[in-house]
Write a protein that binds this ligand. Sequence first.
Ligand code: AMP
Length: 277
Amino acid sequence: MIADPAAMSAWSEAARAQGEHVALVPTMGALHKGHLSLLAEARHRAQRVVLSIFVNPMQFGPQEDLAKYPRDLAGDLAKAASVGCDLAFVPEAASMYGPGFQTAIDVREVSQGLCGARRPGHFVGVATVVCKFFNIVRPHVAFFGEKDFQQLAVIRRMVTDLNLPVEIIGLPTVREPDGLALSSRNAYLAPPDRQRAAALHAGLSAAKTLAEKGECRASVLLEVATTEIVGRVERIDYLEIRAADDLKPLETIDRPAVMLVAAFVGRTRLIDNLRIG
Ligand code: AMP
């Protein structure tokens, strides 16, 4: 494990000097099988696999769960080693945001709406920290989950716009048998809430099935999903259909699309999405 950013860069430079490809899997820890699927794919594609674990204060709002976000460093290191990860980079917040820190990356359009509307500043925090990780770790390739679909779109846009020399690979969402997307925040769910949480995927799936039968009106697909979800969750935060590439809103499914949902189950806010059309 390395905590010091300068030591991390030196490690990476040494690997690069030997002609090795370096892969990065950025996470906030509390690893589950979704994270491990990213590490396993990274293992296939690069000689060196770096996992970063950092609960990034810059992407949490003042009322959010920064202090109580689940942490399990020892467990994470064991799980990462079990899938062949070479190194965990676990910096302190003080070494990522030193005195006088004041720079932020704003991926303006893709960050709008959806989680960007509900969590002001969230994607600025994500883009900034991911860019910092790219500069510190200098990976050839980095892996992200489609589970956080808007985040992946923000990172792809940032990499293109800023000419960052890293390949971005997005991987499918790993789910529980009942469809619930694995998430570190699922640990917050009490047993009855855990059962109801499957409603999100059930709603998305119902819409996808209808779309596969030829329904292309977004309003109809959203209604089907809403009917499935509402009543089983405390509150739907958003439920929308967007274009899969640039996340522009769609009224008709005439190009690859994605349905995205955020909802409160008990007091836990969960997100999920499914490609349709
Ligand atoms: P997090 O630790 O929640 O910030 O997630 C770290 C990375 O793991 C992000 O790229 C997520 O999109 C990805 N990830 C989280 N949950 C899943 C999942 N269920 N399946 C696949 N990837 C995931």
